[in-house]
Structure formats: structure tokens, C-alpha cells
Ligand binder design. Structure first.
Ligand code: DP6
Length: 348
């Protein structure tokens, strides 16, 4: 094998995503308790560049040098080394690589936006492109990219595709699987492909309970079985609503999902609460604006206090008035505007 195949550089830009039906609870090796569906975002993304070298001998561990936003990040270097070690069965090159990784997010580090979905999907795509270059394959297998991304962070499996993605076995999508996500979006009304997602940063503080710890608490949650059933019903109903162009039904499910996620946290042992008082004030303002102005604008939440304001692009002008009022509830008046996107891009 020529030397020029053994070293090289790859860059992928991969987006974040926002779940409409939430993944909450997992088992085994990063397998979801229920299916989930998300909008892939556009502006919020991670750009990852990897300079690689393949070494002949198999070593115990991959050698990783990780820089975030240009600064060395030893904690992340260790995390990626451990991750590579853990995926040897899916990615045999793991033990023969030296990697210099540079990663940067389009959104500020302390904005409260989770970066695991965009960063783990970008990493998975880079790893498979390295393998493609070294083994001289024609193209990478996106299904495998989604699977490897999932092993890094469950929601990252969905960031591999736009404009929507489904992860987890569900009756609504034939090829769906617990081990990787599939793209979604061809059968739905165009209005859902032109959605905006403005992220209201209610608090920039780091979460007090990580998603991983939250997922674990679902194991002993007394509502676990009911929740998993509800998620299946929501998957059926939300995809039907998007096929029929039923915005009201769509919004009703999206908001119930967000509140259920937080209700599950409050019902776990020990219980915890991630909403802030201003989260609730903002939710009330959104709901009353919707009713008074007949504008289909809805909210969803991640496992944190920040609000995602979801609405069709054609209502943007009307929603400006609502955003003007909501801005004062946001830390440093920060709102990050985003739209539904088409998925990751290979830059190099
Ligand atoms: C509330 O994917 O961050 O955003 O698999 O432990 O990395 P890990 O968890 P993560 O959980 C995301 C949970 C959620 C809902 C969702 O994105 O579906």
C-alpha cells in the first residue's frame, strides 16, 4: 500500500438536531427504550477535522490529540480514545490510528446547547471517511455512520440525516432500527420541511444532571412502560399529522412530548427539575400568543431549561413580535435562530 493512503486529512460538518418525539431511557449498548423522531438543524453544527496516520502494529489504544476551538482538550482526548477502544468490533482500524482532531461548534460553548449529537456524528463520519481512504472504498456507508454515532451518543445517530430522522424500531417506518437512524421527510407536507427553530437561551449554565444520568433513572421510573407506549403512539400520530398537514395536531404532540420529558424527570428517584421559572413564563407567553394571534407556533424542550420555538417559515414576520417579548426572559437576551437543514456535509 502506498504511503499517501496511510496519512491524510478529512473534515465533516454535522448538525445538531431537535427531537419532536423524545428518546428518554436506554438499555444494553446504547439501545433506545422507544423510537424518536427529530428535525435536523442547519446553523447549529460541529465542524471536525481529523489528520490521521495509520500505523502498522496494533496498539492497545488509539493515539488521540483533541483540540476544541483551537485549545488542547486532554479530557476529550481520553474520552475519544476510550470511545475508539469501545467500538473496535464495528471499527477495526481503531487500534491502528494516530489522530489529531480539531473540533469547533458554530454555537457558543456556554450557550446551553448540547453538542454531543453534532460532535459525535461529525466524528463518526470522519472515522468512516478515513477508513474509506485507507481501504480505497468508493463511498462511506451512512447506516454504519449512524450506528457508530449512536454508540457515541444516542441522539447523534439522527444527526447523520436531514431533514428529519427516525431512530428506533417503529411501525411507522419500514426500515427503522434500534441500532441506527434512517432519514425521513419524503412523505410529509412541504410546510414541515420549512420549519424554523429559534432557541431561547433561558440559562447558559451547565446542566446539573447529564442526559446519561437521566436516561439511567428511567430504569426505575414508575411510568416507564406507559411512557414507552405513549412514545409509540406519538410516533404514529405525529407522522400522520405531518403527512396530512395537520399543524395543530403536530404542535399538540410536540408540546406534550416536551412536558412529558420533564415530568419523567420530576417523577424519577431522586427527582429533579431542569426548568427555570422563566421557562414556564415563556411557555405561557407562547401558548397565549398562539391563541390570540392564530399563529401555529409551538415549543419543545431538551433535557434543560432552554426553549425551542418551532413554527413554519411563512409565519416568521408574525413570530417576530412574540420573540421581542420573549427576549427579555433569555440570559443576555440570547436567541439562536435556526432552520430545518439537509444533514452533514463533507468539506475535505
Ligand atoms: C432529551 O443523546 O444526549 O435530547 O445517548 O446518553 O448521549 P446519550 O444521551 P443523549 O440524549 C438526548 C435526550 C434528549 C431527547 C432526544 O434528543 O431525543
Amino acid at each position: 500500500m502506498a504511503d499517501d493512503q496511510l496519512t491524510g486529512e478529512v473534515t465533516w460538518q454535522s448538525p445538531s438536531n431537535i427531537a419532536l418525539v423524545k428518546y428518554w431511557g436506554k438499555h444494553g449498548r446504547q439501545l433506545p427504550g422507544n423510537p424518536s423522531i427529530s428535525f435536523t438543524l442547519d446553523h447549529a453544527h460541529t465542524k471536525t477535522t481529523i489528520r490521521y496516520k495509520k500505523i502498522n502494529e496494533h496498539s492497545d489504544k488509539a493515539v488521540v490529540n483533541f483540540r476544541s476551538e483551537g485549545a488542547p482538550n486532554p479530557a476529550f482526548s481520553d474520552r475519544i480514545t476510550t470511545f475508539l477502544d469501545s467500538i473496535r468490533d464495528h471499527y477495526p482500524l481503531s487500534s491502528q490510528l494516530e489522530l489529531e482532531i480539531d473540533s469547533e461548534n458554530s454555537f457558543p460553548h456556554s450557550s446551553g446547547i448540547a453538542s454531543s449529537a453534532s460532535s459525535m456524528s461529525a466524528l463518526a463520519l470522519c472515522l468512516l471517511t478515513i477508513e474509506k481512504n485507507i481501504e480505497q472504498k468508493d463511498k462511506i456507508d451512512m447506516q454504519r455512520a449512524s450506528l457508530i454515532a449512536r454508540l457515541g451518543s444516542g441522539s447523534a445517530s439522527r444527526s447523520v440525516y436531514g431533514p428529519l430522522a427516525i431512530w428506533g424500531k417503529t411501525g411507522v417506518a419500514e426500515n427503522s432500527s434500534d441500532t441506527y437512524a434512517i432519514p425521513y421527510g419524503t412523505k410529509i407536507k412541504p410546510i414541515f420541511l420549512n420549519f424554523r427553530d429559534d432557541i431561547l437561551i433561558i440559562s447558559k449554565k451547565k446542566k446539573t444532571v447529564s442526559s446519561t444520568a437521566g436516561h439511567t433513572l428511567m430504569d426505575s421510573n414508575p411510568y416507564k412502560a406507559t411512557r414507552y407506549d405513549q412514545a409509540h403512539t406519538h410516533m404514529r400520530d405525529i407522522t400522520a399529522a405531518m403527512k396530512n398537514g395537520d399543524l395543530e395536531k403536530f404542535g399538540e404532540i410536540v408540546e406534550r412530548e416536551a412536558l412529558t420529558l420533564h415530568a419523567l424527570m420530576m417523577a424519577s428517584s431522586p427527582p429533579y427539575m431542569l426548568m427555570e421559572p422563566d421557562t414556564i413564563t415563556a411557555i405561557r407567553e407562547i401558548q397565549s400568543f398562539r391563541i390570540s394571534n392564530h399563529v401555529p407556533v409551538y415549543f419543545t424542550l431538551d433535557a434543560g431549561p432552554n426553549i425551542h420555538l418551532l413554527y413554519p417559515d411563512k409565519y416568521s414576520t408574525q413570530v417576530q413580535n412574540l420573540k421581542k417579548d420573549l427576549r427579555s426572559l433569555c440570559e443576555d437576551e440570547t436567541i439562536i435562530d435556526d432552520i430545518v437543514g439537509q444533514g452533514p456535509k463533507q468539506l475535505i
